[in-house]
Design a binder for this molecule. Structure first.
Ligand SMILES: Cc1cc2nc3c(=O)[nH]c(=O)nc-3n(C[C@H](O)[C@H](O)[C@H](O)COP(=O)(O)OP(=O)(O)OC[C@H]3O[C@@H](n4cnc5c(N)ncnc54)[C@H](O)[C@@H]3O)c2cc1C
Length: 297
């Protein structure tokens, strides 16, 4: 069994920032990541609100933070966490290993919400995707549907408009939740069509071929990118009394949950805005509170 002072679950910007603050204060920590380090930022080609850079891609930002972690000799364990146990000791049960930690920081972020319509699951990775940057290049010069009306949907539509022959942006309403500058940028693209409607079914045998809308309109498309919001990645913590009814983790002003020694930061907690610098700020506040606690023990 591996032992650490602070076990951090999730290697997104929140988890990585917490690790930097802890390690620099001389507190041992272990970052645990189930997929690819970086988290959601990997899905953003143009971050334009990260101070210090007028524009930076999510993957470049993730690589820069990972370089800093390497320089600080922060250990990253690539394993999927299945459960945490808060008994006499705190244990993080992963697929391959069990980690014993004095304290745990949960930084598991969010994942895309699904439309939950017929054909969506069967055609996933066969034309249906939730990540334009990961899969967009597979559909060069093709006809692509983007579903959604928030910032992420419009950013995806703009990104895909550089690759695709035609992008159809499908939204339930005529008004977008996205920031107005994104709407303006989209209007300048002559290969993007904005349409109102709701998806009823995705059709295709081995690959997506068309989408049927609730008003029975049929749209032919080679790919559909779904951006209709995010859900907290917190299912594995249902054994602990730390979740609200919406699945987000509830924390106090030091980002500690109801369970002493278990903290949560970043997009997995309930808050008004979900942004990189906000997640990083929470991570710094939480880590510094742990540092102060360790110094007073
Ligand atoms: C398309 C898109 C565009 C965005 N654009 C911007 C922008 O321009 N500017 C901005 O400020 N913000 C933007 N955001 C929001 C920003 O990306 C998030 O607020 C931020 O990345 C959240 O970081 P996080 O570390 O809390 O969570 P995440 O990035 O979600 O990271 C969580 C990590 O935990 C890992 N994990 C989850 N469960 C487990 C488990 N059981 N075991 C092990 N590991 C696990 C995941 O694999 C993931 O790597 C955007 C988000 C999206 C989706």
């Amino acid at each position: 069994m591996k032992k650490t002072t602070v076990g951090i679950i999730g290697c997104g910007v929140a988890g990585m920032t917490a690790a930097i603050y802890l390690k620099r204060a001389g507190i041992s920590c272990l970052l645990i990541e189930g997929q690819v380090p970086g988290g959601q930022i990997i899905d953003n080609d143009d971050i334009e609100n990260y101070p210090g850079f007028s524009k930076i891609s999510g993957s470049d930002l993730a690589l820069a933070i990972l370089k800093q972690l390497k320089e600080l000799e922060v250990e990253i364990l690539y394993d999927q966490v299945k459960e945490i146990k808060n008994g006499k000791t705190k244990q993080i049960l992963c697929q391959k290993e069990i980690i014993e930690a004095d304290k745990i920081i949960i930084a598991t972020g969010r994942h895309p919400r699904k439309l939950e319509v017929k054909g969506e699951e069967q055609l996933r990775r066969k034309g249906i995707s939730y990540c334009a940057i990961c899969d967009g290049s597979l559909y060069k010069e093709k006809q692509i549907l983007v579903v959604g009306g928030g910032n992420s949907a419009l950013e995806a539509a703009l990104y895909l408009s550089r690759l695709a022959k035609k992008v159809i942006l499908l939204h339930r309403r005529e008004n977008y939740r996205a920031e107005s500058f994104l709407v303006e940028r989209l209007k300048e693209k002559n290969n993007v069509i904005c349409q109102t409607g709701e998806v009823e079914e995705f059709k295709g045998k081995d690959h997506l071929e068309s989408v049927i809308l609730k008003d029975k309109t049929v749209l032919s498309c080679d790919a559909a990118f779904i951006y209709i919001g995010q859900l907290p990645t917190t299912d594995i913590f249902q054994n602990l009394p730390i979740l609200g009814s919406d699945g987000y983790i509830k924390v106090d002003s030091h980002f500690q949950t109801k369970e002493k020694g278990i903290y949560a930061i970043g997009d997995c907690i309930k808050k008004e805005s979900y942004q990189i610098v906000i997640a990083m700020g929470e991570a710094a506040t939480c880590a510094l509170s742990i540092v102060r606690g360790e110094q007073n023990e």
